[in-house]
Design a protein around this ligand. Structure first.
Ligand SMILES: NC(=O)C1=CN([C@@H]2O[C@H](COP(=O)(O)OP(=O)(O)OC[C@H]3O[C@@H](n4cnc5c(N)ncnc54)[C@H](OP(=O)(O)O)[C@@H]3O)[C@@H](O)[C@H]2O)C=CC1
Ligand SMILES: O=C(O)[C@@H]1CCC=N1
Length: 272
């Protein structure tokens, strides 16, 4: 991977959580200077925070920021996309648009810009804020290789990046986009179990979170199937099989599969 800095100016339309994660990552990796970044947002306190913390340009003027930039990151909620496109669509036509918006198809964004625009749809996730994100990237027709490379490098500053076909983006959203919330729920519940068995909340949450982190790293670093790793923890007649039996009775597997499916379907609905 090249460690050359990016030279393009990047505007963030919507200065919320996802925009801040990316701004923080780009600056920490020294991929951009603060004067290459501009974030817009309707909330003055939010703009002040981004300006104070990152030294970037801020302001509420979406159209001005779009015309100033070479790359425009669409980081508003799905429900705000249409009104934002009405405002900045014509300006986007000559720029690279990068969406992080759940559900929003490339074709819908292109329609909002009056056609043939360079659009890349991404789905990052919340751990991007601590540079352990997972981002899937799908490029629209007419996007040049250097545009894809630029976006890949932007999102590599906040974690891992995988290319996917756009038709799979809703599935990605249901899994890694929404997935951190499922894992937080699991960590909270594991911590509750520890508290039930006498641990302090603080110790129980540390044990639960580090266990999830360690298990995830085992999957990524050993390349072994999770079922095989599970078998290695599970001694015959031991403690783990007693716990696993309860999870199977509680339907944990089906519940997780259903969660990914429901969130993916909701992403499809948001895109209509
Ligand atoms: N949070 C997550 O984990 C993930 C989110 N996403 C996607 O990222 C996008 C942003 O989500 P997130 O960062 O969580 O949301 P946030 O609400 O934190 O950020 C969106 C920001 O856009 C601002 N905004 C609203 N209207 C406008 C406008 N007209 N022009 C400019 N800014 C505006 C909002 O202000 P106000 O609050 O006043 O409305 C808010 O500050 C969403 O589309 C979501 O689907 C993708 C992956 C993960
Ligand atoms: O809940 C949502 O709609 C957004 C998209 C993925 C994560 N959060």
């Amino acid at each position: 991977m090249s460690n050359q800095a990016l030279t393009r100016k990047i505007a963030f339309i919507g200065g919320g959580q996802m925009a801040e994660a990316l701004i923080g990552g780009l600056l920490a990796a020294q991929l951009c200077r603060p004067d290459q970044l501009w974030a817009t947002d309707p909330v003055p306190a939010r703009l002040e925070h981004l300006k104070q913390r990152y030294g970037i340009q801020v302001g509420g003027q979406n159209r001005e920021a779009t015309l100033w930039a070479e790359v425009v990151v669409l980081a508003v909620k799905p429900q705000t996309l249409d009104s934002v496109l009405k405002e900045i669509g014509p300006g986007l036509k000559d720029r690279l648009a990068v969406s992080v918006i759940a559900g929003a198809p490339i074709a819908r964004i292109a329609a909002g810009c009056g056609g043939a625009t360079r659009i890349i749809r991404t789905m990052p996730n919340q751990p991007s804020a601590v540079r352990e994100g997972m981002t899937a990237v799908a490029a629209g027709a007419g996007v040049a290789e250097d545009d894809v490379a630029c976006v890949r490098r932007m999102f590599e500053s906040i974690g891992k990046v995988v290319p996917v076909e756009e038709r799979l983006m809703d599935a990605v959203t249901g899994l890694s986009g929404s997935g951190p919330a499922y894992v937080f729920l699991a960590i909270e519940a594991l911590s509750d179990g520890g508290v039930k068995m006498g641990l302090s909340r603080e110790t129980a949450t540390l044990l639960a979170a580090q266990t999830v982190l360690g298990a995830a790293r085992m999957v990524l670093e050993t390349g072994q199937h999770p079922a095989r790793l599970k078998d290695q923890v599970t001694s015959p007649g031991g403690t783990t099989i007693a716990g696993l039996h309860q999870l199977e009775q509680g339907g944990l597997r089906a519940a997780l599969i259903n969660a990914v499916e429901a969130a993916a379907k909701r992403s499809q609905e948001l895109g209509r």
